[in-house]
Write a protein that binds this ligand. Structure first.
Ligand code: NAI
Ligand code: MG
Length: 328
């Protein structure tokens, strides 16, 4: 089971949760890891948050494991997602036995458009008083997200998907988005409904069981996935996969958590589960399942990290996961 994986811890707890995920990967696979830097610390040292050798490593590796960066995030993860043309961010959110959750029945996935919307970076300061932002929505990006969603629904055995949008206000951009995604679903014979994203926020908070696969624009996906994290027990639990084309970047949904960085208590679950998504992406499905099973058993029986009410360190939790892997 081989392949090349670029590894970017980034900043803050990235240096704690990424080594945890590497311990898990080492126990189930035989990847060659290429360690590179990105983020605030390297920017401070060298003047750039995204050194060229990092981009080269990511574009030549089979996949990338990314921790989190700090204030330079927009200059790091957005260009990296572009560099490998990962046009969708897959963000599953589910509850686990043993983990207290606001909404214990949550089990959904958010498919977030990953290349445009208000994150396209087209901002202008026109005067002391006036600033503007251009929201980019294209037919091609919306259609390929729709295609991905249809494939995802077919592969996962889901009944269909729900599109989140605000086409009553952003009539042109979200008008195009919803129409394009719906058109693809109709061509593919996939069931689709849609909902205003503000109403969906309430729906998620009060009755998340009604959702299965959610397809949404970039910013909405960012916000709704943090909301979903809140429903299931916190940001320490949510993994993600930037995929869609040949290469993928796998990262937790959370940031570099400066408030707990250096304490050794970050929950590595999100990053370990991102590594499981990486294993799936590289066709190591059996290893991915083994990792998920070990994480679920550890969350159920403990030890747990402080964000989940436990007292375990990152390392103790990780050891408990590794000990539960087959053959260890
Ligand atoms: P954050 O996700 O880093 O932290 C939010 C809260 O969740 C904090 O209280 C933190 O302690 C907690 N938390 C997050 N991950 C955790 C884990 N694994 N275990 C236990 N607790 C965890 O978001 P915040 O505070 O808004 O941003 C901090 C920095 O991270 C900022 O500089 C921001 O720009 C950056 N960021 C980077 C991202 C990326 O690299 N993709 C994504 C989001 C934020
Ligand atoms: Mg976010």
């Amino acid at each position: 089971m081989s392949g090349t994986v670029a590894v970017i811890p980034g900043d803050g707890i990235g240096h704690e949760v990424v080594p945890a995920a590497l311990r898990v990967l080492d126990a189930v696979a035989d990847f060659e890891f290429v360690h590179v830097e990105a983020g605030d610390a390297v920017a401070e040292r060298t003047g750039t948050p995204l050194p060229e050798e990092t981009v080269d490593a990511v574009t030549s590796a089979d996949a990338t494991l990314f921790g989190a960066t700090g204030e330079t995030s927009a200059d790091v993860i957005l260009p990296l997602r572009d560099a490998v043309d990962s046009f969708v961010n897959v963000r599953p959110a589910r509850t686990y036995p043993g983990v207290e959750a606001v909404q214990p029945e949550t089990d959904l996935v958010i498919l977030r458009e990953n290349t445009e919307g208000v994150y396209a970076g087209i901002e202008n300061r026109l005067s002391e008083d006036v600033s503007t932002l251009t929201r980019l929505v294209t037919q091609s990006a919306s259609r390929r997200l729709g295609e991905f969603a249809c494939d995802y629904v077919a592969d996962s055995g889901s009944e269909g998907f729900t599109v989140a949008h605000k086409n009553n206000v952003m009539r042109v951009t979200d008008g195009l988005f919803v129409d394009a995604v719906r058109e693809v679903a109709a061509e593919r014979g996939v069931d689709v409904d849609d909902q205003y994203m503000d109403a969906m926020a309430t729906g998620l908070a009060m009755d998340p069981e009604q959702y299965d696969v959610i397809v949404c624009p970039n910013l909405a996906g960012d916000m709704l996935s943090d909301l979903a994290a809140g429903l299931v027990g916190g940001l320490g639990l949510l993994p993600s996969a930037n995929v869609g084309s040949e290469r993928g970047i796998f990262e937790p949904v959370h940031g570099c958590a400066p408030d707990i960085a250096g304490e050794g208590v970050a929950n590595p679950t999100a990053t370990v589960l991102s590594a499981a998504m990486l294993l799936d992406f590289l066709d190591h499905g059996e290893a991915a399942t083994a990792v998920r099973t070990a994480v679920e058993a550890t969350l159920a029986d403990g030890p747990r990290t402080p964000d989940l009410g436990g007292a375990a360190t990152t390392e103790e939790f990780t050891t408990a996961v590794v000990d539960r892997l087959p053959g260890d």
